[in-house]
Design a protein around this ligand. Structure first.
Ligand code: ADP
Ligand code: MG
Length: 397
Protein backbone atom coordinates (compact mmCIF):
# COMPACT_ATOMS: atom_id res chain seq x y z
CA UNK A 1 0.00 0.00 0.00
CA UNK A 2 1.23 3.46 -0.78
CA UNK A 3 0.95 5.69 2.26
CA UNK A 4 0.36 9.33 3.05
CA UNK A 5 4.09 9.64 3.74
CA UNK A 6 4.82 8.35 0.23
CA UNK A 7 2.49 10.98 -1.20
CA UNK A 8 4.07 13.74 0.87
CA UNK A 9 7.50 12.54 -0.23
CA UNK A 10 6.40 12.76 -3.88
CA UNK A 11 5.49 16.37 -3.20
CA UNK A 12 1.93 17.64 -3.16
CA UNK A 13 2.36 21.39 -3.50
CA UNK A 14 -0.29 22.66 -5.88
CA UNK A 15 -1.73 19.18 -6.44
CA UNK A 16 -5.40 18.50 -5.83
CA UNK A 17 -5.86 15.70 -3.33
CA UNK A 18 -9.24 14.10 -2.67
CA UNK A 19 -9.46 12.85 0.91
CA UNK A 20 -12.21 10.44 1.95
CA UNK A 21 -12.69 11.26 5.60
CA UNK A 22 -15.13 9.91 8.16
CA UNK A 23 -17.04 12.89 9.53
CA UNK A 24 -20.12 10.93 10.49
CA UNK A 25 -20.69 12.70 13.79
CA UNK A 26 -23.74 12.48 16.03
CA UNK A 27 -25.89 15.63 15.80
CA UNK A 28 -28.51 17.25 17.96
CA UNK A 29 -30.21 19.50 15.39
CA UNK A 30 -27.21 21.16 13.78
CA UNK A 31 -25.02 20.85 16.87
CA UNK A 32 -22.30 18.19 16.96
CA UNK A 33 -22.63 16.24 20.20
CA UNK A 34 -19.33 14.36 19.80
CA UNK A 35 -16.65 15.71 17.47
CA UNK A 36 -14.27 12.76 17.89
CA UNK A 37 -14.33 11.80 14.24
CA UNK A 38 -13.71 15.36 13.04
CA UNK A 39 -10.72 15.63 15.36
CA UNK A 40 -9.40 12.27 14.20
CA UNK A 41 -9.55 13.45 10.59
CA UNK A 42 -7.42 16.55 11.22
CA UNK A 43 -3.84 15.18 11.14
CA UNK A 44 -4.04 13.79 7.58
CA UNK A 45 -5.84 16.83 6.19
CA UNK A 46 -3.47 19.20 7.99
CA UNK A 47 -0.37 17.35 6.79
CA UNK A 48 -1.55 17.68 3.19
CA UNK A 49 -2.57 21.32 3.53
CA UNK A 50 0.68 22.22 5.30
CA UNK A 51 2.56 20.64 2.39
CA UNK A 52 0.71 22.94 -0.01
CA UNK A 53 -1.84 20.51 -1.40
CA UNK A 54 -5.29 21.65 -2.49
CA UNK A 55 -7.37 19.43 -0.26
CA UNK A 56 -10.85 18.32 -1.26
CA UNK A 57 -12.67 16.44 1.48
CA UNK A 58 -15.48 14.01 0.76
CA UNK A 59 -17.50 12.34 3.50
CA UNK A 60 -20.96 11.18 4.50
CA UNK A 61 -23.21 11.93 7.41
CA UNK A 62 -26.04 9.72 8.59
CA UNK A 63 -28.24 7.75 6.26
CA UNK A 64 -29.94 10.09 3.81
CA UNK A 65 -31.97 8.32 1.15
CA UNK A 66 -29.70 8.93 -1.84
CA UNK A 67 -30.95 12.48 -2.34
CA UNK A 68 -30.21 15.87 -0.75
CA UNK A 69 -31.72 16.27 2.69
CA UNK A 70 -30.72 19.35 4.70
CA UNK A 71 -30.98 17.35 7.95
CA UNK A 72 -27.85 15.49 6.88
CA UNK A 73 -25.81 18.44 5.60
CA UNK A 74 -22.10 18.32 6.35
CA UNK A 75 -22.22 22.03 7.28
CA UNK A 76 -21.64 21.43 11.02
CA UNK A 77 -18.69 19.14 10.23
CA UNK A 78 -17.17 21.64 7.79
CA UNK A 79 -17.49 24.42 10.37
CA UNK A 80 -15.90 22.29 13.10
CA UNK A 81 -13.10 21.13 10.81
CA UNK A 82 -12.40 24.77 9.94
CA UNK A 83 -12.19 25.67 13.64
CA UNK A 84 -9.78 22.85 14.32
CA UNK A 85 -7.62 23.71 11.31
CA UNK A 86 -7.79 27.41 12.02
CA UNK A 87 -8.90 28.17 8.48
CA UNK A 88 -12.18 28.39 6.66
CA UNK A 89 -13.38 25.19 5.01
CA UNK A 90 -15.73 26.10 2.17
CA UNK A 91 -18.54 23.59 1.74
CA UNK A 92 -19.99 22.99 -1.72
CA UNK A 93 -23.78 22.79 -1.68
CA UNK A 94 -23.65 19.69 -3.87
CA UNK A 95 -21.38 16.73 -4.44
CA UNK A 96 -20.31 16.78 -8.09
CA UNK A 97 -22.56 19.53 -9.45
CA UNK A 98 -21.96 23.20 -10.29
CA UNK A 99 -21.27 24.26 -6.71
CA UNK A 100 -18.67 21.52 -6.21
CA UNK A 101 -17.04 22.39 -9.52
CA UNK A 102 -16.75 26.02 -8.54
CA UNK A 103 -15.59 25.38 -4.95
CA UNK A 104 -12.97 22.91 -6.15
CA UNK A 105 -11.92 25.35 -8.86
CA UNK A 106 -11.33 28.03 -6.23
CA UNK A 107 -9.28 26.01 -3.76
CA UNK A 108 -5.85 27.49 -3.21
CA UNK A 109 -2.54 25.79 -2.39
CA UNK A 110 -2.76 24.76 1.25
CA UNK A 111 -6.52 25.30 1.25
CA UNK A 112 -9.22 22.84 2.30
CA UNK A 113 -12.70 22.54 0.83
CA UNK A 114 -15.46 20.01 1.36
CA UNK A 115 -18.07 18.43 -0.89
CA UNK A 116 -21.61 18.01 0.45
CA UNK A 117 -22.70 14.63 1.87
CA UNK A 118 -21.65 11.93 -0.59
CA UNK A 119 -24.73 9.90 0.32
CA UNK A 120 -26.93 12.62 -1.18
CA UNK A 121 -26.12 10.73 -4.39
CA UNK A 122 -27.70 7.29 -4.67
CA UNK A 123 -24.78 6.05 -6.76
CA UNK A 124 -22.49 6.18 -3.69
CA UNK A 125 -24.04 3.09 -2.13
CA UNK A 126 -25.39 1.48 -5.30
CA UNK A 127 -24.99 -2.26 -5.71
CA UNK A 128 -24.59 -1.68 -9.44
CA UNK A 129 -20.86 -1.46 -10.18
CA UNK A 130 -21.33 0.83 -13.19
CA UNK A 131 -23.35 3.35 -11.17
CA UNK A 132 -20.70 3.57 -8.47
CA UNK A 133 -17.96 3.75 -11.08
CA UNK A 134 -19.70 6.68 -12.74
CA UNK A 135 -19.85 8.68 -9.51
CA UNK A 136 -16.26 7.72 -8.73
CA UNK A 137 -15.20 9.04 -12.14
CA UNK A 138 -16.89 12.37 -11.42
CA UNK A 139 -15.23 12.62 -8.01
CA UNK A 140 -11.88 11.62 -9.46
CA UNK A 141 -12.13 14.38 -12.07
CA UNK A 142 -11.68 16.89 -9.24
CA UNK A 143 -8.30 15.57 -8.12
CA UNK A 144 -4.86 14.21 -8.98
CA UNK A 145 -4.57 11.81 -6.05
CA UNK A 146 -6.82 10.04 -3.55
CA UNK A 147 -6.20 9.51 0.14
CA UNK A 148 -8.38 6.97 1.92
CA UNK A 149 -8.69 8.11 5.51
CA UNK A 150 -12.26 7.27 6.50
CA UNK A 151 -11.64 4.24 8.66
CA UNK A 152 -15.31 4.01 9.65
CA UNK A 153 -16.21 3.19 6.02
CA UNK A 154 -13.34 1.02 4.76
CA UNK A 155 -15.54 -2.06 5.13
CA UNK A 156 -17.93 -0.58 2.57
CA UNK A 157 -17.71 -1.13 -1.16
CA UNK A 158 -18.87 2.38 -1.97
CA UNK A 159 -17.99 4.84 -4.71
CA UNK A 160 -16.04 7.29 -2.53
CA UNK A 161 -14.26 4.50 -0.66
CA UNK A 162 -13.63 1.72 -3.16
CA UNK A 163 -14.29 2.73 -6.76
CA UNK A 164 -12.56 6.10 -6.64
CA UNK A 165 -9.37 4.38 -5.45
CA UNK A 166 -9.26 2.66 -8.84
CA UNK A 167 -9.53 5.93 -10.74
CA UNK A 168 -6.70 7.91 -9.11
CA UNK A 169 -3.29 7.18 -7.63
CA UNK A 170 -4.47 6.02 -4.19
CA UNK A 171 -2.82 6.23 -0.79
CA UNK A 172 -3.76 5.03 2.67
CA UNK A 173 -4.27 7.94 5.08
CA UNK A 174 -2.60 8.35 8.45
CA UNK A 175 -5.71 7.59 10.46
CA UNK A 176 -6.47 4.38 8.59
CA UNK A 177 -2.83 3.30 8.95
CA UNK A 178 -2.95 3.88 12.70
CA UNK A 179 -6.25 2.04 13.07
CA UNK A 180 -5.00 -0.96 11.09
CA UNK A 181 -1.80 -1.06 13.14
CA UNK A 182 -3.75 -1.22 16.38
CA UNK A 183 -6.13 -3.89 15.12
CA UNK A 184 -3.23 -6.00 13.89
CA UNK A 185 -1.92 -5.97 17.42
CA UNK A 186 -5.20 -7.56 18.47
CA UNK A 187 -4.85 -10.32 15.96
CA UNK A 188 -1.14 -11.05 15.68
CA UNK A 189 1.13 -10.93 18.68
CA UNK A 190 -1.20 -10.13 21.53
CA UNK A 191 -0.43 -10.44 25.20
CA UNK A 192 -2.68 -12.63 27.33
CA UNK A 193 -5.05 -12.71 29.10
CA UNK A 194 -7.03 -11.26 26.19
CA UNK A 195 -10.42 -10.06 27.37
CA UNK A 196 -13.17 -8.80 25.05
CA UNK A 197 -16.15 -6.85 26.33
CA UNK A 198 -19.16 -6.74 24.04
CA UNK A 199 -22.37 -4.79 24.49
CA UNK A 200 -24.66 -2.59 22.47
CA UNK A 201 -28.06 -3.16 21.09
CA UNK A 202 -28.14 -6.08 18.68
CA UNK A 203 -26.50 -9.50 18.85
CA UNK A 204 -27.10 -9.98 15.15
CA UNK A 205 -24.63 -7.15 14.37
CA UNK A 206 -21.94 -8.97 16.28
CA UNK A 207 -22.54 -12.66 15.61
CA UNK A 208 -19.67 -12.88 13.15
CA UNK A 209 -17.20 -11.31 15.50
CA UNK A 210 -18.28 -13.45 18.42
CA UNK A 211 -17.83 -16.62 16.40
CA UNK A 212 -14.33 -15.51 15.43
CA UNK A 213 -13.35 -14.22 18.87
CA UNK A 214 -14.24 -17.47 20.60
CA UNK A 215 -11.15 -18.95 18.99
CA UNK A 216 -8.91 -16.17 20.26
CA UNK A 217 -10.01 -14.73 23.59
CA UNK A 218 -9.44 -15.97 27.11
CA UNK A 219 -12.52 -14.24 28.45
CA UNK A 220 -15.61 -12.74 26.88
CA UNK A 221 -17.77 -10.35 28.91
CA UNK A 222 -21.22 -9.63 27.53
CA UNK A 223 -23.44 -6.75 28.63
CA UNK A 224 -25.78 -4.25 27.01
CA UNK A 225 -28.89 -5.19 25.09
CA UNK A 226 -27.25 -8.24 23.55
CA UNK A 227 -26.79 -9.87 26.96
CA UNK A 228 -30.49 -10.72 27.16
CA UNK A 229 -30.37 -13.10 24.23
CA UNK A 230 -27.50 -14.87 26.01
CA UNK A 231 -29.37 -14.90 29.33
CA UNK A 232 -32.44 -16.31 27.60
CA UNK A 233 -30.30 -18.94 25.92
CA UNK A 234 -29.16 -19.95 29.40
CA UNK A 235 -32.77 -20.40 30.42
CA UNK A 236 -33.45 -17.10 32.19
CA UNK A 237 -36.61 -15.09 31.64
CA UNK A 238 -35.75 -11.62 30.39
CA UNK A 239 -39.13 -9.85 30.64
CA UNK A 240 -39.55 -7.17 27.98
CA UNK A 241 -35.79 -6.65 27.54
CA UNK A 242 -34.26 -6.50 24.09
CA UNK A 243 -34.34 -10.08 22.79
CA UNK A 244 -33.48 -11.52 19.43
CA UNK A 245 -35.36 -14.79 19.51
CA UNK A 246 -34.21 -15.70 16.02
CA UNK A 247 -30.61 -15.72 17.26
CA UNK A 248 -31.21 -18.01 20.23
CA UNK A 249 -29.98 -21.16 18.54
CA UNK A 250 -26.82 -19.52 17.36
CA UNK A 251 -26.19 -18.04 20.81
CA UNK A 252 -26.69 -21.48 22.39
CA UNK A 253 -24.05 -22.67 19.99
CA UNK A 254 -21.70 -19.94 21.22
CA UNK A 255 -22.26 -20.96 24.83
CA UNK A 256 -21.36 -24.54 23.99
CA UNK A 257 -18.37 -23.49 21.91
CA UNK A 258 -17.05 -21.26 24.71
CA UNK A 259 -17.33 -24.15 27.14
CA UNK A 260 -15.56 -26.51 24.76
CA UNK A 261 -12.71 -24.09 24.15
CA UNK A 262 -12.33 -23.11 27.78
CA UNK A 263 -13.28 -19.49 27.08
CA UNK A 264 -14.69 -17.89 30.19
CA UNK A 265 -17.99 -16.32 29.14
CA UNK A 266 -19.19 -13.78 31.70
CA UNK A 267 -22.77 -12.48 31.74
CA UNK A 268 -24.37 -9.92 34.05
CA UNK A 269 -25.61 -11.28 37.38
CA UNK A 270 -27.88 -8.33 38.09
CA UNK A 271 -29.54 -5.62 36.01
CA UNK A 272 -31.45 -2.35 36.34
CA UNK A 273 -35.01 -2.91 35.18
CA UNK A 274 -37.90 -0.59 34.47
CA UNK A 275 -41.43 -0.84 33.05
CA UNK A 276 -41.07 1.44 30.07
CA UNK A 277 -38.08 2.35 27.91
CA UNK A 278 -36.55 5.58 29.13
CA UNK A 279 -38.23 5.53 32.58
CA UNK A 280 -35.91 6.86 35.21
CA UNK A 281 -37.55 4.91 38.05
CA UNK A 282 -35.97 1.49 38.20
CA UNK A 283 -34.99 -1.37 40.45
CA UNK A 284 -32.05 -3.71 40.64
CA UNK A 285 -32.85 -7.41 40.21
CA UNK A 286 -30.84 -10.57 39.82
CA UNK A 287 -30.75 -11.80 36.22
CA UNK A 288 -32.52 -14.91 37.47
CA UNK A 289 -35.45 -12.77 38.63
CA UNK A 290 -36.28 -10.31 35.86
CA UNK A 291 -40.02 -9.51 36.16
CA UNK A 292 -42.11 -10.46 33.12
CA UNK A 293 -43.31 -6.87 32.58
CA UNK A 294 -39.92 -5.13 32.92
CA UNK A 295 -36.91 -4.53 30.75
CA UNK A 296 -33.24 -4.40 31.63
CA UNK A 297 -31.50 -1.19 30.61
CA UNK A 298 -28.13 -1.49 32.35
CA UNK A 299 -25.98 -4.01 34.16
CA UNK A 300 -26.32 -3.83 37.95
CA UNK A 301 -23.80 -2.97 40.68
CA UNK A 302 -22.68 -6.55 41.29
CA UNK A 303 -22.13 -7.09 37.57
CA UNK A 304 -20.08 -3.90 37.40
CA UNK A 305 -17.78 -5.23 40.09
CA UNK A 306 -17.68 -8.63 38.47
CA UNK A 307 -16.77 -7.17 35.07
CA UNK A 308 -14.13 -4.90 36.60
CA UNK A 309 -12.56 -7.87 38.40
CA UNK A 310 -12.50 -9.85 35.15
CA UNK A 311 -10.66 -6.97 33.52
CA UNK A 312 -8.16 -6.40 36.31
CA UNK A 313 -5.54 -8.96 35.20
CA UNK A 314 -6.02 -8.50 31.45
CA UNK A 315 -3.04 -7.69 29.25
CA UNK A 316 -5.11 -6.95 26.14
CA UNK A 317 -8.68 -5.65 26.04
CA UNK A 318 -11.04 -4.90 23.18
CA UNK A 319 -14.32 -3.25 24.10
CA UNK A 320 -17.23 -2.73 21.74
CA UNK A 321 -20.73 -1.66 22.70
CA UNK A 322 -22.10 0.13 25.78
CA UNK A 323 -23.26 -1.90 28.78
CA UNK A 324 -26.58 -0.09 28.96
CA UNK A 325 -28.62 2.78 27.60
CA UNK A 326 -25.85 5.19 28.56
CA UNK A 327 -27.58 8.08 26.80
CA UNK A 328 -29.81 8.24 29.91
CA UNK A 329 -27.70 9.04 32.97
CA UNK A 330 -29.59 6.52 35.15
CA UNK A 331 -28.43 3.71 32.86
CA UNK A 332 -24.88 4.92 32.24
CA UNK A 333 -23.34 3.35 35.33
CA UNK A 334 -22.44 0.00 33.78
CA UNK A 335 -20.74 1.61 30.80
CA UNK A 336 -18.92 3.99 33.12
CA UNK A 337 -17.72 1.08 35.28
CA UNK A 338 -16.25 -0.78 32.31
CA UNK A 339 -14.66 2.40 30.97
CA UNK A 340 -13.13 3.16 34.36
CA UNK A 341 -11.79 -0.37 34.65
CA UNK A 342 -10.06 0.10 31.30
CA UNK A 343 -8.62 3.47 32.30
CA UNK A 344 -7.20 1.87 35.45
CA UNK A 345 -5.85 -1.12 33.56
CA UNK A 346 -2.24 -1.40 32.45
CA UNK A 347 -3.36 -3.53 29.52
CA UNK A 348 -3.34 -2.61 25.82
CA UNK A 349 -6.91 -1.27 25.67
CA UNK A 350 -8.86 -0.61 22.51
CA UNK A 351 -12.34 0.86 22.32
CA UNK A 352 -14.19 0.26 19.05
CA UNK A 353 -17.66 1.38 18.07
CA UNK A 354 -19.20 4.76 17.43
CA UNK A 355 -21.46 4.69 20.46
CA UNK A 356 -18.84 3.24 22.77
CA UNK A 357 -16.33 5.92 21.79
CA UNK A 358 -18.97 8.62 22.16
CA UNK A 359 -19.89 7.18 25.58
CA UNK A 360 -16.28 7.36 26.77
CA UNK A 361 -16.14 11.02 25.88
CA UNK A 362 -19.67 11.85 27.06
CA UNK A 363 -18.89 10.32 30.46
CA UNK A 364 -15.90 12.62 30.70
CA UNK A 365 -13.27 9.88 30.82
CA UNK A 366 -9.77 10.84 29.74
CA UNK A 367 -9.18 9.75 26.16
CA UNK A 368 -5.53 9.09 26.95
CA UNK A 369 -6.67 6.56 29.53
CA UNK A 370 -7.09 4.12 26.65
CA UNK A 371 -4.41 2.81 24.32
CA UNK A 372 -6.64 3.52 21.34
CA UNK A 373 -10.17 4.72 20.68
CA UNK A 374 -11.16 3.57 17.23
CA UNK A 375 -13.25 5.76 14.95
CA UNK A 376 -14.79 2.75 13.27
CA UNK A 377 -17.24 0.31 14.82
CA UNK A 378 -18.32 -1.89 11.94
CA UNK A 379 -14.92 -1.70 10.28
CA UNK A 380 -13.02 -2.79 13.39
CA UNK A 381 -15.48 -5.63 13.99
CA UNK A 382 -15.17 -6.85 10.42
CA UNK A 383 -11.38 -6.70 10.67
CA UNK A 384 -11.47 -8.78 13.85
CA UNK A 385 -13.87 -11.17 12.15
CA UNK A 386 -11.14 -11.76 9.62
CA UNK A 387 -13.19 -10.33 6.76
CA UNK A 388 -11.62 -8.58 3.83
CA UNK A 389 -12.14 -4.79 3.95
CA UNK A 390 -12.83 -3.64 0.36
CA UNK A 391 -11.57 -0.12 1.04
CA UNK A 392 -8.22 -1.57 2.13
CA UNK A 393 -7.77 -4.34 -0.41
CA UNK A 394 -8.38 -1.86 -3.22
CA UNK A 395 -5.36 0.10 -1.97
CA UNK A 396 -3.25 -3.05 -1.95
CA UNK A 397 -4.01 -3.97 -5.53
P1 ADP B 1 -21.34 0.71 19.06
O1 ADP B 1 -21.78 1.86 18.21
O2 ADP B 1 -20.36 1.13 20.13
O3 ADP B 1 -20.87 -0.45 18.25
P2 ADP B 1 -24.01 -0.34 19.25
O4 ADP B 1 -24.42 0.55 18.12
O5 ADP B 1 -23.95 -1.78 19.02
O6 ADP B 1 -22.62 0.20 19.86
O7 ADP B 1 -25.03 -0.13 20.46
C1 ADP B 1 -25.23 1.11 21.08
C2 ADP B 1 -26.65 1.24 21.58
O8 ADP B 1 -27.01 0.15 22.41
C3 ADP B 1 -26.80 2.47 22.44
O9 ADP B 1 -27.63 3.39 21.78
C4 ADP B 1 -27.45 1.96 23.72
O10 ADP B 1 -28.49 2.78 24.19
C5 ADP B 1 -27.98 0.60 23.29
N1 ADP B 1 -28.16 -0.31 24.42
C6 ADP B 1 -27.25 -0.71 25.31
N2 ADP B 1 -27.79 -1.50 26.25
C7 ADP B 1 -29.10 -1.61 25.96
C8 ADP B 1 -30.20 -2.28 26.56
N3 ADP B 1 -30.06 -3.00 27.66
N4 ADP B 1 -31.41 -2.17 25.97
C9 ADP B 1 -31.56 -1.44 24.85
N5 ADP B 1 -30.57 -0.78 24.22
C10 ADP B 1 -29.34 -0.86 24.77
MG1 MG C 1 -23.60 2.17 17.08
Amino acid sequence: MKTLSDLLAEGVAGRRVLVRADLNVPLDGDKITDDGRVRASVPTIKALADAGARVIVTAHLGRPKGEPDPKFSLAPAAARLGELLGTEVALASDLVGPSATSVVGAVTDGGVVMLENVRFDARETSKVDAERAELAEELASFADAFVSDGFGVVHRKQASVYDVAQKLPAYVGGLVETELGVLRKLTDDLERPYVVVLGGAKVSDKLGVIANLLAKVDRLLIGGGMAYTFLKAQGHEVGTSLLQSDQLDQVKGFLAEAEKRGVELVLPVDVLVTAEFGNVEHEVVATSAIPADKMGLDIGPESRELFASKLADAKTVFWNGPMGVFEIETYAGGTRAVAEALVKSEAFTVVGGGDSAAAVRALGLPEDGFSHISTGGGASLEFLEGKELPGISVLES
